[in-house]
Ligand binder design. Structure first.
Ligand code: PLP
Length: 441
């Protein structure tokens, strides 16, 4: 580790950084060199609380030796094995363990290498399902404004964040429901907002426009994450489920962020009591120690596709790293930790303290909305006139200076700490946010 900030820094020109203002970053880099539990260490030797579990993914906290050992053992025993027409035991074991914690009926697991791959896999499974059932005309995919579903062509097409879409060609036939953010009616809601269940009826509008027999699937995040923590209005998801059922449309929940304990149960699906037909996951799946994604498919979806002559491949889809042995080892070890330490329900246990601490910021300088659900929270800052996004960026920098890592998207600050966060650490987190926002111009 470098003790002096800037000393022995690597040449930074070759790494084209993702979702980063490369030139600004490289002119004033921020480097993390170690991590344990709730904390990162920076290259100048400071401890920084991880207020966002890396990128909403290190749910059991950093540096879990059980995971490192399991991955190391697996890499020594067998570093890689294909899953095309061959197998290795760990992939079956991991899928079986995931099936045990899966929401009712979603117990057929397809492995991918990331959240984006999991999303595109789920979308493709939805299309294949209708085709297999003789409804190949159902090709439209419906997303929602402000949705984030990764960066594959499928994910950006159903996604609803303009900057992720505008430079790229998109899938044809995709449409979007309206988003649910409504500051006029719902600002400073604690948990689920009261108003907006009727926005789920946007799917009816789209059905009326295109015809149900052209629509394959509707995908939403149960709680939108990357757009700035948008919990669904009360009753919204139930209404969406009912509309999908009415019209034979598959419902996909993208639980890449909300999965693995973020909202108070293993999956948000279980918290809301609304079960989709397909669920995409990643991130907390391996506690982010190894890249991996997984789609949980309903039995009915799986069985409709896995049929016909037994010697034929049923689904022409998969990745070199689907079911990677070391990823499965990491996932099994992570699952063990989640269960042993009760982490799936930890967010529910501390969400009251979390919510109170967050909403203590009401009235703080620049704060125009606060939103929370489970161990997720967002603080909306009023954009500085003519310089939208600058307050968010400056807040992130100030947070780092004061020992807190936060996510910012535009002028929204987002928080999703490891689920092991203590009540005292929740206090530190929001006390620091207060200092940060009060310090901003
Ligand atoms: N879906 C959701 C809801 C996400 O939040 C993300 C990443 O943040 C993804 C998909 C994409 O995951 P990945 O970055 O692993 O491809």
């Amino acid at each position: 580790m470098n003790d002096v900030r800037g000393a022995n820094r690597p040449d930074m020109s070759a790494f084209w950084m993702p979702f980063t203002a490369n030139r600004r970053f490289k002119a004033d880099p921020r480097l993390l060199v170690a991590a344990k539990g709730m904390y990162y260490r920076t290259d100048d030797g400071r401890e920084v609380m991880d207020g966002c579990a890396g990128l909403w993914c290190v749910n059991a906290g950093h540096g879990r030796p059980e995971i490192a050992e399991a991955v190391g053992r697996q890499l020594e025993a067998m570093d890689y094995a294909p899953s095309f027409q061959l197998g290795h035991p760990l992939a079956f074991d991991f899928a079986a363990e995931l099936a045990k914690i899966a929401p009712a009926g979603l117990d057929r697991i397809f492995f991918a290498g990331s959240g984006s791959e999991a999303v595109d896999t789920a979308l493709k499974i939805a299309l294949a399902y209708h085709k297999a059932r003789g409804e190949g005309g159902r090709t439209r995919l419906i997303g929602r404004e402000r949705g984030y579903h990764g960066v594959g062509f499928g994910g950006i097409s159903v996604g609803g964040l303009v900057n992720n879409r505008r430079a790229f060609t998109l899938l044809p036939g995709v449409d979007h429901m309206r988003h649910t953010l409504d500051l006029d009616r719902n600002a400073f809601s604690r948990g689920l907002p009261e108003h907006g269940a009727e926005l789920a009826d946007d799917l009816e509008r789209i059905v009326a426009l295109h015809g149900a027999d052209t629509i394959a699937a509707c995908i939403v995040e149960p709680v939108a994450g990357s757009a700035g923590v948008l919990p669904p209005p009360k009753g919204y998801l139930e209404r969406l489920r009912a509309t999908c059922d009415k019209h034979g449309i598959l419902l996909i929940f993208d639980e890449v962020i909300t999965g693995f304990g973020r909202t108070g149960e293993a999956f948000a699906t279980q918290v809301f009591g609304v079960t989709p037909d397909l669920m995409s996951t990643a991130k907390g799946l391996t506690n982010a120690a190894f890249p991996m994604g997984a789609v949980f498919a309903g039995r009915h979806v799986h069985d409709a596709i896995v049929q016909g002559p037994e010697h034929l491949i049923e689904l022409f889809h998969g990745y070199t790293y689907s079911g990677h042995p070391a990823a499965c080892a990491a996932g099994l070890a992570a699952l063990d930790i989640y269960k042993r330490e009760g982490l799936f329900t930890r967010a529910a246990e501390v969400s009251g303290v979390w919510e109170d601490a967050l909403h203590g910021l009401k009235g703080a300088r620049h704060v125009i909305d606060l939103r929370n659900f489970g161990l997720m929270a967002a603080v909306d800052l009023e954009p500085r006139p003519g310089a939208a996004g600058m307050r968010g960026y400056e807040a992130m920098l100030k947070g780092l200076e004061l020992g807190l890592l936060m996510r910012f998207t535009g002028d929204t600050l987002a928080f999703s700490p490891p689920l092991i966060i203590s009540e005292a650490e929740i206090g530190f987190l929001f006390d620091t946010v207060r200092k940060v926002v009060e310090s901003l111009d």
